[in-house]
Design a protein around this ligand. Structure first.
Ligand SMILES: Nc1nc2c(ncn2[C@@H]2O[C@H](COP(=O)(O)OP(=O)(O)OP(=O)(O)O)[C@@H](O)[C@H]2O)c(=O)[nH]1
Ligand SMILES: [Mg+2]
Ligand SMILES: [Zn+2]
Length: 356
């Protein structure tokens, strides 16, 4: 027994118990099922608590330190004003570049075992987008699975699946339909052992419909997407962790519009493991596969072994990560400068007034 029963159902493990023991006594462990406008909604052994993040956590917000859905937190404060004091070390964290602010990270979900990347088969699969999402997921430490939804509407589901398999080496590509029930049991397998899965993918790809199919009841709102205006609306508006009656947990998320790369160079290498392998044959170790002599990757493109589209997608993502890394450096420099300035002012004042 690793902890109180309700916590075990939420995924509490002996590793987590050990992490809890490293902190001061009297704090209450719980798992975040929603995080919204400065409030953290936490399930604990004795029920749901709405807490505010402690100042220390707010200060680490720019580095992704605020509690997000899926996080394990330790609650303190008093009953009238509960505080999330600590975020326990994450086993996995899905991070993208914050679409609203430059050089900032946004953690979408934490401590998930498997990420289901959903794409509707009603459309031609958007391979570049899938590759982008795969890089993000590989970088998170979680296992990616591609789920091609709405198979009942597909003209040729198998052909679509074949094309996605080539863009997703080493990744399982499932085909599902909530109308016929195809593929639902395969997804259920990822919940075994009380695991946590998260669904990410464009709005209208059927994420919430899948959650309902897994739950066996309509927990989440679902809605027909309007094709007329490409921007549409999100039916699901917040990321939420849901306990399934059959065991296991699923995080439903609103459709992602932008999937900006964060510092995910390793994720890209994993998502493009075929290119990484070919690159072993390049003459130069630091070959960027764009015009260098003796480039095995470009040779593979010429020979028709590697789709040109895929190489271009790889280059684009790498360029994006280089750009973000540059931005992070600039931000760090500016922050250091600002701290130096504050320090200089403090010292000046000390000599002038004889006090800090
Ligand atoms: N024919 C068919 N329709 C489906 C299937 N799965 C989902 N749909 C429909 O697709 C529409 C969008 O589904 P949702 O589950 O709301 O999509 P979502 O990904 O949660 O969208 P957001 O919450 O906006 O991100 C709904 O009208 C669903 O009924 C499927 O397997 N087959
Ligand atoms: Mg939804
Ligand atoms: Zn090369």
């Amino acid at each position: 027994m690793t902890g109180p029963e309700p916590l075990v159902a939420l995924g509490y493990t002996s590793q987590l118990a050990a992490l809890v023991a490293e902190h001061e006594e009297g704090l209450i462990p719980g798992r975040v099922f929603r995080s919204d406008r400065g409030f953290v909604f936490v399930i604990t052994a004795s029920g749901t608590v709405v807490a505010k993040p402690a100042t220390r956590l707010i200060k680490s917000a720019d580095d992704g330190g605020l509690p997000v859905v899926g996080d394990w937190v330790l609650l303190g404060g008093d009953e009238s004003e509960p505080l999330a004091e600590y975020v326990l070390s994450r086993t996995t964290a899905i991070a993208r570049r914050d679409p609203g602010r430059a050089a900032r990270v946004q953690v979408l979900a934490a401590n998930v075992d498997t990420v289901l990347i959903t794409h509707p088969l009603a459309d031609v699969p958007n391979l570049s987008r899938i590759e982008r999402e795969l890089a993000l997921v590989w970088d998170s430490g979680a296992r990616p699975v591609v789920v091609l939804t709405k198979a009942d509407l597909a003209e040729d589901a198998e052909a679509a699946r074949e094309s996605v398999i080539l863009a997703a080496p080493g990744v399982e590509v499932l085909v599902t339909s909530t109308v016929t029930g195809e593929g639902i049991e395969e997804i259920r397998a990822y919940l075994e052992g009380g695991d946590t899965i998260v669904l990410i993918g464009p709005s209208g790809s059927g994420k919430s419909t899948l959650v309902n199919a897994l739950a066996g009841e309509d927990l989440q709102d679902t809605r027909e997407v309007r094709v007329s205006d490409g921007r549409g609306r999100h039916t699901t508006v917040s990321r939420e962790l849901i306990q399934l009656p059959c065991g296991g947990l699923v995080i439903d998320t609103p459709g992602l519009r932008a999937v900006g790369m964060w510092d995910s160079a390793e994720g890209i290498d994993q998502a493009f493991s075929d290119i990484a392998e070919l690159a072993q044959g390049c003459r130069f170790r630091d070959c960027r596969h764009s015009g260098e002599p003796g480039c095995a990757v470009e040779e593979a493109v010429e020979a028709g072994v590697l789709p040109r589209r895929r190489l271009e997608s790889y280059r684009e993502l790498q360029a994006e990560v280089r750009h973000v890394t540059g931005e992070i450096d600039v931000r760090a420099r500016l922050e250091r400068k600002r701290e130096d300035k504050i320090m200089a002012r403090t010292i000046k004042r000390f000599y002038k007034e004889g006090k800090p």
